[in-house]
Design a protein around this ligand. Structure first.
Ligand SMILES: *[C@@H]1O[C@H](CO)[C@@H](O)[C@H](O)[C@H]1NC(C)=O
Length: 257
């Protein structure tokens, strides 16, 4: 009896140390997607309105976007016409066309997926100082075929149409040079890398996972851990201790360990 109690206690402590405390985010509904980076949070709702979080207020940004991202490369978005924009002095400046997803989380470079799932990278010098429409598109084609990709401290993670997971470590921000993708175990429908290198993703049936053991010398980490949630999720992003999740039912929650 005493042994059982001790085992139960240990199990409870383990459960508590892994538990995330989630609160529903009020005043924002029906988010399509959310991205947190450098202490800032941006999102789009299913009506393609982009938002920026100030205090606990979600301030609408101008324009209409179906994907928005924030990170060391600035604020970038993609609209329903597959045009990629950079946020410059409070307005969206067109940058390139034919893109369905973009991520600004890398070290001053951007990556994204074209309409045909071709991944691309745009080096630091071709994006950081860009103030408006650029007539020369400096994107570098990356190998493979992916539907969603995201970069952070130790590399870029991506998923393909079969929800297979890939990692590209050490992408050079000045040249976009890389050593190609390595396959990672598991299946996810979307994946986000935080600025600090933490990796979170969502499966097609709505479960949230995080990658354990990521370090500079082992950017692929050691394995996946489930992040327990009370409802199926569609989107996740993490920055500075806060995990933001959007449920399939349109509820947004912010979780802390
Ligand atoms: C998206 O946000 C706009 C602006 O707040 C709002 O009018 C619209 O109803 C929202 N769409 C959904 C589906 O909630």
């Amino acid at each position: 009896m005493r042994a059982t109690a001790a085992v139960l206690l240990v199990l409870c402590l383990l459960a508590i140390s892994h538990a995330w405390d989630c609160q529903t985010v009020v005043d924002i509904y029906n988010l399509m997607q959310i991205d947190a980076g450098l202490g800032q949070v941006v999102a789009t709702n299913t009506s393609q309105i982009p938002f920026y979080l100030v205090g606990d207020k979600w301030i609408p940004l101008p324009g209409s976007l179906r994907h928005i991202t924030i990170g060391p490369a600035g604020i970038w978005g993609v609209n329903s016409g597959n045009i990629i924009f950079k946020y410059v002095a409070g307005n969206w400046q067109q940058y390139a066309i034919g893109v369905k997803q973009v991520d600004a989380g890398g070290a001053e470079f951007i990556v994204g997926a074209n309409m045909d799932n071709t991944p691309f990278c745009v080096k630091s010098s071709a994006i950081v100082g860009i103030m408006g429409q650029d007539t020369h598109y400096h994107g570098t084609r990356l190998p493979g075929s992916v539907k969603y990709l995201s970069c952070g401290h130790f590399g870029c993670w991506a998923v393909n149409n079969n929800d297979e997971i890939f990692l590209m470590s050490n992408v050079n921000k000045d040249t976009c040079q890389n050593k190609g993708w390595s396959h990672i175990d598991g299946k996810l429908s979307m994946i986000e890398v935080a600025t600090d290198g933490s990796v979170f993703g969502v499966t097609s049936d709505g479960q949230v996972y995080t990658r354990d053991g990521i370090t500079a010398s082992k950017p692929e980490g050691t394995g996946w851990s489930i992040v327990p949630m009370y409802m199926p999720m569609t989107h996740v992003t993490y920055d500075l201790g806060r995990l933001w999740v959007v449920s399939k039912s349109g509820v947004t929650m912010v979780c802390k360990r």
